[in-house]
Design a protein around this ligand. Structure first.
Ligand code: FAD
Length: 467
């Protein structure tokens, strides 16, 4: 069914597509697929949309999140979380994330997490995405059946499907294509530290961190230097006795006090943990801590996906994937949205989805399989040449706008606005220079004006007609 010939006369075809996940990625994928004329079903495990942005005070039974049979909590948000991108940068390209002036909304430029959820709800309502979502329905299996189609096995969570209270049964359906949008901030990744298993005190992963109260008067070691590690350390420092942040990226031989704090220190990476509660550093110093908080990131995880080894996750490299989206041997029937990180995620997901939708309809053609494989091999060998670790395969980072623009060009869509790029890089600089205040003090008013001018193109649009 999916023979892709570079033939501009090919008729546009409509496919039945399963989208897994109703977070930001799944919502925009569903919108773009339907805009292109496809039939779409979105499977969402939770009872509401929004994915990461649905804050819950619930945490998992295993605080490190390693126990495979634990009841999974999807969101990794902590209660105080505010966005680390300005709202102008963050919103979808044609649905600006502006202050709605509605009651009980958060008008701040770097709003709290609830505001992002409200924005996603507005988006889903405006484009009638919600009606495509099957809530409380978990996908358990995705695998290829004959003639290029895909079997999707799902189960309704929370009891019987017929209202009779019996156990819900698996439902098998066949789709022309599957778009995987299941997020990648749920399955904790832990740095291997010798002695971790004998260290006797509390250890948690940031996935299960919600509020600082539990660290009152404690000596806490935070491992990692990500955005979450930065924010959480500062929050904990307000109540803890001491906070020690350890990371491979703090290269100096010894420890240093964090500027502006009396009780926060930065250290090189922990060398080992010991059974007496000691946290040992390479310079021979030891801290006896009450708790270790692992802010060490997450793993890609597709427990439902069966591709007979065609797609694998190896040291956090999902591959082989052409442009982080299509496995060449299974394209275009299987695709992934939202894998790149250190990026502006919403717009990236939007452009990936536009491309997928057009490829599935036949309006845009993929290169032959061998060419896609060669492109993946080039990426891998370039990474090797530059000494880039495998687990950074999807860290698109500084190349993200080039990547976005490439996707946009495939769809005859304009490149990312200059103000958005400038604002993004400016925010990064401010964040490094003034980590405590970058969300409330800024000097890029001229970019905000440009953004708002641009947004005027979208704001007066009438709902639904955009479909
Ligand atoms: P998710 O939001 O995780 O959605 C995935 C969905 O798939 C979930 O609803 C899940 O329930 C569902 N699902 C998973 N498996 C199944 C299954 N088997 N069957 C059915 N459904 C399933 N981004 C920003 O732009 N700005 C920020 O300031 C920002 N801050 C962040 C802070 C933290 C702490 C974290 C963790 C992330 C942050 N992000 C931020 C990134 C954020 O993850 C993205 O903005 C975006 O929410 C990712 O959306 P997603 O749809 O890819 O994944």
């Amino acid at each position: 069914m999916f023979h892709l010939h570079p033939n501009p006369m090919r008729p546009i075809t409509s496919k039945n597509v399963a989208v897994i996940g109703a977070g930001a990625a799944g919502l925009v994928a569903a919108r773009e697929l339907r805009r292109e004329g496809h039939g779409v079903v979105v499977f969402e495990r939770e009872s509401q949309l929004g994915g990461t942005w649905v804050y819950t005070s619930a945490v998992e039974s295993d605080p490190l999140g390693l126990e495979p049979c634990r009841e999974v909590v999807n969101s990794s948000l902590y209660a105080s979380l505010r966005t680390n991108l300005p709202r102008e940068v963050m919103g979808f390209l044609d649905y600006p994330f502006v202050d709605t002036k509605k009651a009980r909304r958060d008008p701040r430029r770097f709003p709290g997490h609830r505001e992002v959820l409200e924005y996603l709800r507005d988006f889903a309502g405006e484009f009638r995405v919600t009606e495509m979502v099957r809530f409380s329905t978990e996908v358990r299996y995705v695998g290829l059946v004959g003639d290029g189609k895909w079997k999707v096995r799902s189960i309704k969570r929370g009891g019987g499907s017929g209202g009779g209270g019996g156990a819900a049964a698996d439902v098998d359906e066949v789709y022309d294509a599957v778009v995987v949008c299941n997020g990648h901030y749920t399955e904790p990744r832990i740095a291997e530290i010798p002695g971790m298993d004998v260290w006797p005190r509390e250890q948690i992963h940031s996935h299960n961190y919600r509020v600082p109260d539990g660290f009152k008067d404690k000596v806490v070691v935070v491992i990692g230097a990500s955005a979450s590690a930065e924010d959480i350390s500062r929050e904990i420092a307000k109540v803890a006795k001491e906070v020690h942040i350890a990371s491979r990226s703090f290269q100096t031989g010894s420890s240093a006090k964090l500027l502006g704090y009396e009780n926060v220190w930065r250290h090189p990476m922990v060398e080992a943990l010991s059974a007496d509660g000691g946290v040992n550093f390479p310079d021979g110093s030891v801290i006896y801590a009450d708790a270790i908080l692992h802010c060490t990131g997450y793993k890609y995880h597709f427990p439902f996906l069966e591709t007979n080894g065609v797609v694998s996750v190896d040291d956090n490299r999902v591959g082989p994937l052409y442009k982080h989206i299509f496995p060449p041997a299974l394209a275009p029937g299987l695709s992934f949205v939202g894998l790149p990180w250190k990026v502006v995620p919403f717009i990236l997901c939007e452009l990936q989805s536009k491309w997928i939708a057009r490829v599935l309809s036949g309006r845009v053609c993929l290169p032959p399989e061998e060419e896609m494989m060669a492109d993946v091999e080039t990426l891998y060998s370039d990474m090797e040449k530059h000494g880039t670790l495998k687990r950074y395969t999807h860290r698109v980072g500084e190349h993200q706008f080039e990547y976005d623009d490439w996707l946009a060009a495939q769809c005859d869509f304009p490149p990312i606005e200059e103000w958005r790029k400038e604002m993004y890089f400016g925010t990064g600089l401010r964040k490094r220079g003034q980590p405590e205040t970058y969300r409330d003090l800024w000097d890029d008013e001229h970019l905000i004006s440009q953004a708002n001018e641009d947004f005027m193109r979208y704001i007066p649009k009438v709902p639904i007609t955009k479909l």
